[in-house]
Design a protein around this ligand. Structure first.
Ligand SMILES: [Zn+2]
Length: 285
């Protein structure tokens, strides 16, 4: 057996203990976060590594000055075989680093939505591919924030994660730049809500603190208060919460909750969704 030690880690179960369903040790996927926080940025790139083959992809490496040193170290030390780029959507703060990364590491494929810079492979909705031997990836089309938004659901044995770009944030969602409330409702409350509830969420930005501030103005429940508290004590929230958690505190995933309906003054789920987005856009917390 050749499991690296880091692959046998403590459970990734939710830090919100009231939601934790299991505390057993289990194998977890190796994901390295790269916070790209220089200047006014607050987004994340992620390196996803298959333990057995060391094959690795980088998700949304938008800012090469912050990403390239990390990649170089991982490559030079033999920790990864760098195989390609995965993009969640075309915005510059996600796909804007592709050309520069390719300059260093061509030929590697860029997998992403149709409008992403340098894109080679555009996976269809529900199309699958593999990273190395162990990680199964399924592309989930979630048009709205952009029409080319794709979330990537990944499974490695029992471990499940989803990279959600600017579609689903922890306790929030992206703006409807190229789409409608109906499309965001489909993305969040049909496609993503149906993923296994233990799926850990890796969003494109660290917006949790402000999202849950808005969430609390709409819905004041123990789940919401726990996340407020978590954000007081932790700067980074990516990969710490699950789809099951989102269903409890993310108001955009609770459009049929009576309290959310009341706060928006709407009952139709699509009108609730649109109203929530408008309220969030104007929220001064
Ligand atoms: Zn975006």
């Amino acid at each position: 057996m050749n499991f690296s030690l880091r692959a046998i880690r403590a459970t990734a179960a939710s830090p919100l203990r009231r939601f934790t369903t299991t505390n057993i040790q289990r194998r977890t996927m190796h994901i390295q976060s790269i916070p790209m926080w220089t200047g006014s940025h607050d987004n994340y790139a992620y390196v996803v590594i298959d333990d057995k083959t060391k094959d690795a992809y980088v998700v949304d490496p938008a800012n090469p000055p912050e990403v390239l040193p990390v990649l170089k170290k991982l490559i030079d030390s033999g920790e990864i075989n760098f195989k390609g780029i995965i993009n969640t959507h075309h915005h510059r703060d996600h796909a804007g680093g592709n050309a520069e990364i390719l300059k260093q590491y061509k030929p590697i494929p860029v997998i992403g939505g149709k409008d992403c810079a340098e894109v080679d492979v555009i996976p269809k909705h529900n199309e699958t591919f593999k990273i190395g031997e162990g990680i199964n990836v399924r592309a989930i089309h979630t048009p709205c924030h952009t029409q080319d938004s794709i979330c990537y659901f990944m499974e490695d044995g029992e471990d499940k994660v989803v990279f959600t770009g600017d579609t689903l944030f922890i306790a929030g969602c992206g703006r409807f730049f190229e789409g409608t409330a109906e499309e965001m409702h489909e993305a969040l409350n049909n496609r993503l809500a149906k993923l296994p509830e233990e799926t850990r969420v890796y969003p494109g930005h660290e917006y949790t603190k402000s999202n849950i501030k808005f969430g609390k103005s709409v819905l004041d429940t123990p789940a919401v208060r726990d996340l407020v508290q978590f954000c007081e004590e932790n700067e980074q929230t990516q990969g710490k919460f699950t789809i099951g958690d989102e269903l409890k505190y993310n108001v955009f995933m609770r459009v049929e909750d009576p309290d959310v309906r009341k706060a928006t003054g709407e009952t139709d789920p699509l009108k609730v969704m649109q109203k929530l987005r408008d309220m969030k856009n104007n929220f001064k917390g």
